[in-house]
Design a protein around this ligand. Sequence first.
Ligand code: COD
Ligand code: ATP
Length: 204
Amino acid sequence: MFKIGLTGGIASGKSTVLTYFKDKGIPYIDADIVAREVVEPGTKGLKAIVDTFGSHVLQDDGTLNREALGAIVFHNEEKRQLLNSCLKTHIRNRILELTSQYESVNTPILIYDIPLLIEGEWYTMMDEVWLVYVNEPTQKDRLMSRNGYTKEDALARINSQMRLDDKRSYADLIIDNNGTPQALTAKLDTIWSERLEPILQKPQ
Ligand SMILES: CC(C)(COP(=O)(O)OP(=O)(O)OC[C@H]1O[C@@H](n2cnc3c(N)ncnc32)[C@H](O)[C@@H]1O)[C@@H](O)C(=O)NCCC(=O)NCCS
Ligand SMILES: Nc1ncnc2c1ncn2[C@@H]1O[C@H](COP(=O)(O)OP(=O)(O)OP(=O)(O)O)[C@@H](O)[C@H]1O
């Protein structure tokens, strides 16, 4: 199974790139979805968060108050590390479990969308790392308009991740997404025909 680790920074365009390949029928694992699964009510992940941060990060219905927790962890490095340690093992185990399931049915290509692929050292298990790259002003503008964040909130989130420029040296392929959506699609068409179709055409 050919494993592609798709990464970038917050709002750099990973989901947009992933959607292109999803539409081509390529299986994927989305770490943001896994990170939501492992904090559903009744999970060990949610218990670890409540034990660490207190029950005020829960909503009345017992689900995680993501906004409240985000407001804490994206403005405080130490608290963010605490959150990471609450969830790291649960996220890791679930991603490895899903990987085995895809492996067992001879999936030819699996794409992992993992925002913290480099920081979390996931890149070591990938055959290729693809970085969706944007410059910081574009990243900030897209994040502000997608999430309605203030400039300060957008920068707090961007600064809580490794700089995109520092991620470049880990990448086998850099997908520049500073241009228009049409320019991105044209790049993805080339990647599809030059890199992925040949793998799919090989006898499995
Ligand atoms: C703090 C939380 C509750 C905020 O939730 P919210 O719905 O506002 O954001 P969402 O989960 O959609 O994440 C948006 C983006 O923030 C970035 N991000 C999320 N967690 C982190 C983190 N711990 N460190 C740096 N960036 C992060 C990622 O780029 C992600 O794509 C949530 O992000 C969370 O539970 N994070 C910890 C889990 C984690 O590490 N996720 C990253 C995937 S491996
Ligand atoms: N080339 C582009 N031109 C203009 N807007 C774009 C482009 N690519 C993506 N966007 C927009 O930028 C925002 C961020 O993109 P996307 O959600 O794909 O990023 P992401 O890396 O998956 O973010 P996150 O890590 O927060 O999940 C979205 O609103 C998306 O529609």
